[in-house]
Design a protein around this ligand. Structure first.
Ligand SMILES: [Zn+2]
Length: 370
């Protein structure tokens, strides 16, 4: 008992902390009532019960239950309700998932191993927010959450896998034990002998399966592209937009006719490459840029062509990504309101948006150079 009191005073002194014993509790485990009351008398602190809340988190000697984490899920849902009221693009929602929603999870995941049910619930909420802007978990998604969580090099969007990140964060404590008491943890010697300190992001990458780089990674991640164009191109290259041929296969619609020309079946290849409307738009872009665009009908081939372009031609990549985005936009307008933009008007829109983008990039380059 004396040892406990001395230790308590010893650890309080160097930090210079003044403890308010009236507002502090002391917690016991496996101690008989006689000793508990003696300690309470000596320290002047009351006995506390677990679980208790510290900085909004339930602290418990046991593994966290689903109920203990319910407030975390509720907080994320509440945040989504607030964010969902704004009109956000997909690109904007991705930024929010990466920053705001993931940070709520990160705070907990650095301290506890979260139950898998809770992680699945958080992922479902984030998935719904990305595709529908709300927290309803049973909504369909255009791309699986697993693909979205792949690194960008492997065709994903680079959103963290919550479970793996949780394990990587907790492994930091294991690393600390292994390096501070390595004589007790001989089997971890190889792990710690590398001489490097542990980093959560490195541990996370170590937990992810290794995959091959996708061919369209270089252009998808160039900073020239507007995020909304980049996201639309990402869906197109995977053929995940809800074109009429896909909707018909799902038995959602009863015709698969192209909204732009009204002549052929609407598929990804037709809509962006084979359709007379799209061909007319590309011819107008060619005239404006004074460059011959490849006459292929394959999305992947076209994207590979864009991979090779450098310097001035990077600008053409921005224009083509914009063109695909606005073709899809006007197609949706036509489906909902029955109004189709003329190709000249659409290309004019692409041109003014691209020119504005170039101006911003140029001013950024000037600012970074000065
Ligand atoms: Zn068509």
């Amino acid at each position: 008992m004396e040892l406990l009191i001395h230790s308590f005073e010893y650890f309080s002194k160097p930090t210079g902390l003044v403890m308010n014993r009236g507002k502090s509790n002391i917690y016991f485990n496996g101690t008989d009532e006689h000793h508990i009351s003696e300690v309470e008398k000596l320290t002047g602190m009351k006995r506390g019960n677990v679980p208790f809340k510290y900085l909004g988190i339930n602290v418990s000697p046991k593994r966290l239950s689903v109920m203990d984490c319910s407030c975390l899920v509720e907080r994320i849902v509440e945040r989504i309700k607030r964010l969902g009221s704004r009109k956000l693009s997909y690109a904007g929602r991705i930024v929010l998932i990466k920053s705001v929603l993931s940070s709520l999870h990160t705070y907990w995941a650095r301290i506890f191993v979260l139950p898998k049910t809770v992680i699945a619930s958080i992922e479902a909420t984030c998935r719904s927010f990305l595709w529908h802007g709300n927290e309803q978990k049973d909504n369909p998604a255009l791309v699986s959450w697993d693909t979205i969580c792949q690194p960008k090099r492997q065709g994903g969007l680079g959103i963290r896998k919550f479970h793996e990140w949780n394990l990587a964060a907790i492994a930091k404590y294991a690393w600390w034990v292994a390096t501070k008491a390595d004589h007790l943890w001989v089997r971890w010697q190889t792990w710690t002998d590398s001489g490097q300190s542990y980093r959560i992001d490195k541990g996370y990458q170590w937990l992810l399966p290794v995959g091959a780089q996708v061919s369209w990674f270089p252009w998808m991640n160039q900073r020239w592209l507007l995020p909304k164009h980049s996201f639309c191109s990402w869906l197109i290259v995977q053929q995940r937009l809800l074109t009429q041929d896909r909707l018909m296969r799902m038995n959602i619609v009863n015709h698969n006719c192209c909204y732009l020309c009204g002549l052929h079946e609407e598929s990804h290849d037709h809509l962006f490459f084979e359709c007379v409307y799209s061909k007319r738009c590309r011819a107008l872009i060619s005239d404006w840029c004074q460059v011959q665009l490849p006459g292929t009908n394959s999305i992947l081939w076209w994207l590979k062509w864009r991979n090779r372009i450098v310097g001035r031609k990077q600008g053409i990549a921005v224009i083509l990504a914009g063109l695909m985005y606005w073709i899809w936009y006007t197609r949706n307008q036509c489906r909902i309101e029955g109004m189709l933009w003329r190709p000249e008007f659409l290309v004019q829109h692409v041109r003014s948006e691209a020119c504005m983008r170039f101006k911003v990039l140029k001013s950024q380059n000037v600012n970074s150079a000065t």
